[in-house]
Design a protein around this ligand. Sequence first.
Ligand code: ZN
Length: 431
Amino acid sequence: MRFDGKVKSQDELKALQLEGLRWTVNHAYNDSAHYRKKLDEKGVKPEDIKTLDDIRRLPFTTSKDLQEGYPFPLLSVPMEKVVRIHASSGTTGKRKVLCYTAKDVDDWADMFARCYEYAGCTLKDRVQVTVGYGVWTAGWGFQNGCERFGAMSIPIGPGNIEMQLQFLVDFQTTVIASTASMGLLMAEEIDKNGLRGKIALKKFIFGSERSSDAMRQRISDLSGVKLEELYDIPGLTELYGPGTGLDCRHHTGIHYWADYYILELLNPETLEPTKPGEVGEMVVTTLCKEAAPLIRYRTRDLTRLIEGECPCGSIMPRHDRILGRSDDMFIFRAVNIYPSHIDEILSKIKDVGSEYQIILYRKESSKDHMLIKVERAKRLPDDKEKDKHIRKEIEQTIKKQILVSCDVEVVGYGELPRSERKTKRVFDNRD
Ligand code: ZN
């Protein structure tokens, strides 16, 4: 494969990681006052990094460091080397702004090209990019990666459903790059407009939002794209953007590009490494990022590492799909709940659609209540008895697996709002 990198064995990968780690610490210490101060406070000098385990001696970097350094946080090169900035669409506090050198942009495109390669794309593919262009990373990531890979890109951005459908037919698009929500919307439109016989669509690549099993199944059923041709790309603005890993066609987890960054999984409370298979927070350290290197950056994203080898034979390690963000967690009757856990449970219930809402509220008795709204599966008639059965099954499963009581309301298919970007799932109306 053209973009699979230079390393061919675990030993070579480890050697490259150590070299990259030492380069990063040295670069950050010498070229960023911010990092130098933090490393000095920890009493670590670049020459102290002798093995990969020495990463644990390094201080953490958090979103607070990014906010405090606004507008150009963690900058470790002279301004004239910066060729681009991106910012997160973050709504709370200041946006996270990241600087890129020409080499950073180049490395990112190489990484993303590898994603297309792992998704089995060819030079003949036509990629309709329906994620946002602008100051955020999504559109640019898919775009530059596609050009580097060599497939044809159709940069359209979000919205414009009519134009999206027209392009699908006229340009015979083979790959849709989208959020999972937009994927569902497109699949519904393809189905509604009877386009399945007129299009050449073969793959969906989802960025910036996790897709649940139920959602993937729906998208596959409605669009006619095989379930195994739905891919997930994780991505963070802080770590270049989308394209730092992808689940290959075997879908046994997300291969992450360990020749560009080291991934640690830590217990978010104790900051100790998690045991194999245990869920932890992703903490990343870059190996060759110039403008804004990351040293043990706490992403808040939760996942678990997957042991063993993938049938595809790649030496790139794997993590599970992003299971949620530690920030998304809500506390309900003293239980820590991740929306992704509820998502997982609903995905396994028959006769419900993929869309749901979690509504938290407080009654006069000052006791917290949780209402979960789900949609009846498509083509299922409005049947009170059936709804009752669905309600009971969800309430009992949640009670059994999350140990809390909730109420469930079943609404008709298509009644919950669809979104072209990320869908809001949790509505906390307490207070
Ligand atoms: Zn694989």
